[in-house]
Design a protein around this ligand. Structure first.
Ligand code: 6GU
Length: 239
């Protein structure tokens, strides 16, 4: 898969060369290009923004520079992703879907966003997704790109050490993951739950499911409410 990122702060994307994503790049599973949007400017001031039509605070990124940049970077197989707090929510199903694309292009806006015609024009040629990573406002799309690229990179075959760990994650079945433990058996007078040392795999599976359900009900009742059909009789007794 190829990933291109367009930004006025290319240094923000440096962490992509670390850890799991960095290894995927080094291995050649992911090809990464980070581009300074200002290299598509022509004026001496390298300006990328202007005052909004209709008035109001802040600045809007101008369409001409973005248009030229996207003309150069988008191909026929590209998906354009525009990180914005006004987008649809980027969640685990979205990550799984994007992990299967051949070319992702991230267009990072700063200020009050990008002139909407840039997005409308690109949508005439490629699939475009305006995506938000949660209900809070960041100063720009760069950190959201770090989040999205890490979430989708770890779903690509061969990226995780243990292929099962992606399947068993929090959110992959719509529930939160329960607690985990390792040695020692007792630490600061706190013991590992007995069932995990029982060797009874059916009991362990049931316990993990119960912990998952309890935690989800307590911390994220919205997730349970979203999929009532997935809970069997035993699940409902736990809750
Ligand atoms: Cl994708 N961008 C910005 N600027 N703020 C956000 C966001 C994205 N997602 C949540 N807040």
């Amino acid at each position: 898969m190829r990933i291109d990122v367009l930004t006025v702060f290319p240094g923000y994307l440096a962490p992509l060369h670390e850890s799991l994503v960095g290894k995927a790049i080094a291995r050649g599973d992911i090809e990464l290009g980070v581009h300074d949007l200002r290299s598509w400017t022509h004026d001496v001031h390298h300006s990328v923004d202007d005052a909004p039509y209709g008035g109001g605070p802040g600045m809007v990124m101008r369409p001409n520079v973005w248009g030229d940049a996207l003309d150069d970077v988008l191909g026929t197989d590209s998906t354009l992703i525009v990180p914005t707090p006004a987008g649809r929510l980027f969640d685990q199903p979205a990550a799984a879907e994007l992990a299967q694309r051949s070319h992702l292009v991230f267009a990072c806006g700063r200020y009050e966003g990008i002139d909407q015609r840039v997005i409308d024009d690109a949508a005439r040629r490629v699939e475009v997704r305006e995506l938000s990573i949660g209900d809070y406002v960041l100063a720009g799309g760069e950190v959201a790109v770090l989040v999205m690229v890490e979430a989708l990179a770890r779903l690509r075959p061969g990226v995780l050490g243990n292929a099962d760990s992606a399947r068993l994650d929090s959110h992959s079945d719509g529930l939160l993951e329960g607690p985990s433990y390792t040695r020692p058996e007792v630490w600061r007078e706190l013991a590992v739950p007995e069932v995990l040392r029982s060797g009874n795999h059916a009991a362990i599976q049931r316990w993990r499911r119960d912990e998952s359900l309890r935690r989800t009900a307590q911390r994220r009742p919205d997730l349970l409410a979203a999929y009532p059909g997935r809970l069997d009789k035993h699940d409902q007794q736990v809750l």
